[in-house]
Ligand binder design. Structure first.
Ligand code: UDP
Length: 243
Protein backbone atom coordinates (compact mmCIF):
# COMPACT_ATOMS: atom_id res chain seq x y z
CA UNK A 1 0.00 0.00 0.00
CA UNK A 2 1.20 3.50 -0.88
CA UNK A 3 1.11 6.39 1.61
CA UNK A 4 1.08 9.93 0.25
CA UNK A 5 3.54 12.11 2.15
CA UNK A 6 3.51 15.57 0.62
CA UNK A 7 2.98 14.15 -2.87
CA UNK A 8 5.63 11.44 -2.55
CA UNK A 9 4.06 7.98 -2.65
CA UNK A 10 5.91 5.83 -0.13
CA UNK A 11 5.51 2.06 0.16
CA UNK A 12 4.25 1.27 3.64
CA UNK A 13 6.46 -1.74 4.31
CA UNK A 14 8.61 -3.25 7.02
CA UNK A 15 12.20 -4.14 6.18
CA UNK A 16 11.21 -7.82 5.71
CA UNK A 17 8.39 -6.85 3.35
CA UNK A 18 10.73 -4.58 1.39
CA UNK A 19 13.24 -7.42 0.99
CA UNK A 20 10.48 -9.83 -0.17
CA UNK A 21 9.32 -7.26 -2.74
CA UNK A 22 12.94 -6.73 -3.82
CA UNK A 23 13.34 -10.50 -4.29
CA UNK A 24 10.18 -10.61 -6.45
CA UNK A 25 11.43 -7.75 -8.62
CA UNK A 26 14.77 -9.52 -9.11
CA UNK A 27 12.89 -12.62 -10.32
CA UNK A 28 10.82 -10.58 -12.79
CA UNK A 29 14.08 -9.21 -14.27
CA UNK A 30 12.43 -6.21 -15.92
CA UNK A 31 14.70 -3.30 -14.98
CA UNK A 32 12.81 -2.30 -11.84
CA UNK A 33 14.13 0.55 -9.73
CA UNK A 34 13.88 1.40 -6.07
CA UNK A 35 14.34 4.85 -4.53
CA UNK A 36 15.11 5.64 -0.90
CA UNK A 37 14.09 9.25 -0.20
CA UNK A 38 14.86 10.91 3.10
CA UNK A 39 13.14 14.18 4.11
CA UNK A 40 15.66 16.27 2.12
CA UNK A 41 14.94 14.32 -1.05
CA UNK A 42 11.18 14.36 -0.38
CA UNK A 43 11.43 18.16 -0.06
CA UNK A 44 13.21 18.22 -3.44
CA UNK A 45 10.44 16.07 -4.95
CA UNK A 46 7.74 18.38 -3.50
CA UNK A 47 9.21 21.27 -5.46
CA UNK A 48 10.28 19.59 -8.69
CA UNK A 49 7.48 17.93 -10.62
CA UNK A 50 9.67 15.96 -13.02
CA UNK A 51 11.80 14.60 -10.16
CA UNK A 52 8.61 13.72 -8.27
CA UNK A 53 7.30 11.69 -11.19
CA UNK A 54 10.61 9.80 -11.37
CA UNK A 55 10.34 9.01 -7.65
CA UNK A 56 6.65 8.05 -7.85
CA UNK A 57 7.25 6.05 -11.04
CA UNK A 58 9.64 3.70 -9.27
CA UNK A 59 8.75 0.16 -8.23
CA UNK A 60 9.60 0.61 -4.57
CA UNK A 61 9.76 3.87 -2.58
CA UNK A 62 11.36 3.32 0.82
CA UNK A 63 11.29 5.86 3.69
CA UNK A 64 14.99 6.33 4.35
CA UNK A 65 14.89 8.70 7.27
CA UNK A 66 13.30 9.45 10.61
CA UNK A 67 12.11 12.77 9.11
CA UNK A 68 9.85 10.99 6.62
CA UNK A 69 8.43 8.72 9.33
CA UNK A 70 7.81 11.80 11.52
CA UNK A 71 6.11 13.60 8.62
CA UNK A 72 3.85 10.59 8.06
CA UNK A 73 2.88 10.61 11.74
CA UNK A 74 2.10 14.35 11.65
CA UNK A 75 -0.13 13.77 8.61
CA UNK A 76 -1.90 10.98 10.48
CA UNK A 77 -0.89 8.42 7.87
CA UNK A 78 1.76 6.53 9.85
CA UNK A 79 4.32 4.40 8.09
CA UNK A 80 5.15 0.99 9.57
CA UNK A 81 8.81 1.86 10.04
CA UNK A 82 11.88 3.61 8.66
CA UNK A 83 13.55 1.47 6.00
CA UNK A 84 17.04 2.94 5.65
CA UNK A 85 18.48 2.54 2.15
CA UNK A 86 21.86 1.25 3.36
CA UNK A 87 20.18 -1.36 5.59
CA UNK A 88 17.89 -2.47 2.75
CA UNK A 89 20.96 -2.76 0.49
CA UNK A 90 22.72 -4.84 3.13
CA UNK A 91 19.71 -7.20 3.35
CA UNK A 92 19.60 -7.49 -0.45
CA UNK A 93 23.31 -8.38 -0.50
CA UNK A 94 22.57 -11.15 2.03
CA UNK A 95 19.67 -12.34 -0.14
CA UNK A 96 21.89 -12.44 -3.24
CA UNK A 97 24.62 -14.35 -1.38
CA UNK A 98 22.06 -16.99 -0.37
CA UNK A 99 20.73 -17.31 -3.91
CA UNK A 100 23.92 -17.12 -5.98
CA UNK A 101 22.85 -13.70 -7.22
CA UNK A 102 25.08 -11.17 -8.94
CA UNK A 103 25.64 -7.62 -7.69
CA UNK A 104 27.11 -4.65 -9.57
CA UNK A 105 28.29 -1.56 -7.68
CA UNK A 106 28.13 1.81 -9.44
CA UNK A 107 29.13 5.11 -7.89
CA UNK A 108 31.38 7.07 -5.55
CA UNK A 109 34.97 8.04 -6.11
CA UNK A 110 37.41 5.68 -7.88
CA UNK A 111 38.34 2.70 -5.71
CA UNK A 112 35.39 2.99 -3.31
CA UNK A 113 33.09 0.49 -5.10
CA UNK A 114 35.90 -2.12 -5.20
CA UNK A 115 36.56 -1.70 -1.48
CA UNK A 116 32.83 -1.83 -0.70
CA UNK A 117 32.61 -5.04 -2.78
CA UNK A 118 35.48 -6.66 -0.87
CA UNK A 119 33.90 -5.82 2.49
CA UNK A 120 30.46 -7.07 1.39
CA UNK A 121 31.96 -10.36 0.15
CA UNK A 122 33.77 -10.79 3.45
CA UNK A 123 30.48 -10.26 5.30
CA UNK A 124 28.40 -12.41 2.93
CA UNK A 125 30.45 -15.31 1.58
CA UNK A 126 29.05 -16.53 -1.73
CA UNK A 127 28.10 -13.04 -2.88
CA UNK A 128 29.21 -12.43 -6.47
CA UNK A 129 30.33 -8.88 -7.26
CA UNK A 130 30.07 -9.04 -11.04
CA UNK A 131 31.39 -5.52 -11.67
CA UNK A 132 32.18 -2.09 -10.25
CA UNK A 133 32.52 1.42 -11.66
CA UNK A 134 33.03 4.83 -10.11
CA UNK A 135 30.36 7.49 -10.40
CA UNK A 136 32.38 10.18 -12.16
CA UNK A 137 31.81 9.42 -15.84
CA UNK A 138 31.11 11.83 -18.68
CA UNK A 139 29.34 9.40 -21.03
CA UNK A 140 26.63 7.03 -19.89
CA UNK A 141 26.64 4.64 -22.87
CA UNK A 142 29.92 2.82 -22.02
CA UNK A 143 28.77 2.53 -18.40
CA UNK A 144 25.52 0.89 -19.50
CA UNK A 145 27.33 -1.49 -21.86
CA UNK A 146 29.71 -2.54 -19.09
CA UNK A 147 26.82 -3.19 -16.70
CA UNK A 148 24.89 -5.24 -19.28
CA UNK A 149 27.97 -7.34 -20.10
CA UNK A 150 28.28 -8.21 -16.38
CA UNK A 151 24.64 -9.45 -16.21
CA UNK A 152 23.81 -8.33 -12.67
CA UNK A 153 20.67 -9.27 -10.80
CA UNK A 154 20.99 -6.15 -8.66
CA UNK A 155 22.66 -2.82 -9.37
CA UNK A 156 23.46 -0.40 -6.54
CA UNK A 157 23.36 3.12 -8.04
CA UNK A 158 25.22 5.49 -5.73
CA UNK A 159 25.52 8.80 -7.57
CA UNK A 160 23.69 11.05 -5.08
CA UNK A 161 20.20 12.48 -5.60
CA UNK A 162 18.76 13.40 -8.07
CA UNK A 163 21.45 12.08 -10.44
CA UNK A 164 20.96 8.42 -9.46
CA UNK A 165 17.14 8.55 -9.77
CA UNK A 166 17.38 10.16 -13.21
CA UNK A 167 19.97 7.57 -14.29
CA UNK A 168 17.77 4.65 -13.23
CA UNK A 169 14.54 6.02 -14.72
CA UNK A 170 16.03 7.02 -18.05
CA UNK A 171 17.98 3.79 -18.63
CA UNK A 172 15.67 1.17 -17.16
CA UNK A 173 14.70 -0.15 -20.61
CA UNK A 174 18.30 -0.49 -21.84
CA UNK A 175 19.66 -1.96 -18.61
CA UNK A 176 19.52 -5.74 -18.47
CA UNK A 177 19.10 -5.97 -14.68
CA UNK A 178 16.55 -7.23 -12.20
CA UNK A 179 16.56 -4.41 -9.65
CA UNK A 180 18.39 -1.09 -9.37
CA UNK A 181 18.56 0.65 -6.01
CA UNK A 182 19.42 4.34 -5.61
CA UNK A 183 21.55 4.57 -2.49
CA UNK A 184 23.35 7.92 -2.28
CA UNK A 185 26.55 7.65 -0.28
CA UNK A 186 26.04 4.00 0.77
CA UNK A 187 29.13 2.66 -1.01
CA UNK A 188 31.22 5.00 1.13
CA UNK A 189 29.46 3.42 4.11
CA UNK A 190 30.05 -0.17 2.96
CA UNK A 191 33.70 0.65 2.17
CA UNK A 192 34.10 2.00 5.70
CA UNK A 193 35.11 5.47 4.46
CA UNK A 194 32.10 7.07 6.09
CA UNK A 195 31.00 5.66 9.42
CA UNK A 196 27.33 5.48 10.32
CA UNK A 197 26.21 7.12 13.55
CA UNK A 198 26.52 5.09 16.77
CA UNK A 199 23.55 2.79 17.35
CA UNK A 200 22.15 4.92 20.21
CA UNK A 201 22.03 7.96 17.91
CA UNK A 202 20.22 5.97 15.18
CA UNK A 203 17.79 4.72 17.86
CA UNK A 204 17.12 8.27 19.08
CA UNK A 205 16.56 9.51 15.50
CA UNK A 206 19.74 11.61 15.70
CA UNK A 207 21.59 10.19 12.69
CA UNK A 208 21.13 13.55 10.95
CA UNK A 209 22.99 15.30 13.82
CA UNK A 210 25.91 12.86 13.54
CA UNK A 211 26.17 13.45 9.78
CA UNK A 212 26.02 17.20 10.34
CA UNK A 213 28.83 17.03 12.93
CA UNK A 214 30.98 15.02 10.49
CA UNK A 215 30.16 17.16 7.44
CA UNK A 216 29.16 20.69 8.51
CA UNK A 217 28.87 21.68 4.83
CA UNK A 218 25.65 19.65 4.73
CA UNK A 219 23.92 22.31 6.85
CA UNK A 220 22.27 24.03 3.83
CA UNK A 221 20.83 20.72 2.61
CA UNK A 222 19.80 19.68 6.08
CA UNK A 223 17.74 22.82 6.59
CA UNK A 224 15.25 21.10 4.28
CA UNK A 225 14.41 18.70 7.12
CA UNK A 226 12.74 21.30 9.43
CA UNK A 227 11.14 22.88 6.34
CA UNK A 228 9.70 19.49 5.39
CA UNK A 229 8.32 18.95 8.91
CA UNK A 230 6.76 22.44 8.92
CA UNK A 231 5.17 21.73 5.52
CA UNK A 232 3.70 18.47 6.89
CA UNK A 233 2.20 20.34 9.87
CA UNK A 234 0.69 22.97 7.57
CA UNK A 235 -0.73 20.29 5.27
CA UNK A 236 -2.23 18.44 8.24
CA UNK A 237 -3.93 21.62 9.53
CA UNK A 238 -5.37 22.15 6.04
CA UNK A 239 -6.63 18.56 5.82
CA UNK A 240 -8.29 18.80 9.26
CA UNK A 241 -9.93 22.11 8.28
CA UNK A 242 -11.24 20.66 5.00
CA UNK A 243 -12.48 17.52 6.78
N1 UDP B 1 28.71 10.79 -6.48
C1 UDP B 1 29.03 10.14 -7.66
N2 UDP B 1 28.99 10.84 -8.83
C2 UDP B 1 28.65 12.15 -8.88
C3 UDP B 1 28.28 12.81 -7.68
C4 UDP B 1 28.31 12.09 -6.49
O1 UDP B 1 29.34 8.97 -7.66
O2 UDP B 1 28.64 12.72 -9.98
C5 UDP B 1 28.74 10.03 -5.25
C6 UDP B 1 29.59 10.63 -4.14
O3 UDP B 1 30.94 10.25 -4.30
C7 UDP B 1 28.95 10.01 -2.91
C8 UDP B 1 27.49 9.88 -3.32
O4 UDP B 1 27.44 10.00 -4.73
O5 UDP B 1 29.48 8.73 -2.68
C9 UDP B 1 26.57 10.96 -2.76
O6 UDP B 1 26.65 10.94 -1.42
P1 UDP B 1 25.70 11.81 -0.49
O7 UDP B 1 26.09 11.45 0.89
O8 UDP B 1 25.72 13.23 -0.91
O9 UDP B 1 24.32 11.22 -0.89
P2 UDP B 1 23.00 11.12 -0.08
O10 UDP B 1 22.98 9.72 0.45
O11 UDP B 1 23.00 12.17 1.00
O12 UDP B 1 22.01 11.37 -1.16
Amino acid sequence: MKIDIMGVLFDNVTMDEAVSRGAELIKEHAGAYCVTPNAEIAWEAMHDESFRSIVNGSDLVLPDGAGVVMGAKILNRPLKQKVAGIEFADHMAAHLAKNQGRLYLLGSKPGVAELAGEKLCRKYPGLVICGTADGYFSEEKPVIEKINAAKPDVLFVCLGAPKQEKFMASHRKELDVGLMIGLGGSLDGFAGNVKRAPKWMIRCNLEWLYRLMKEPKRLGRMMRLPKFIRACKKQHRLEVKNG
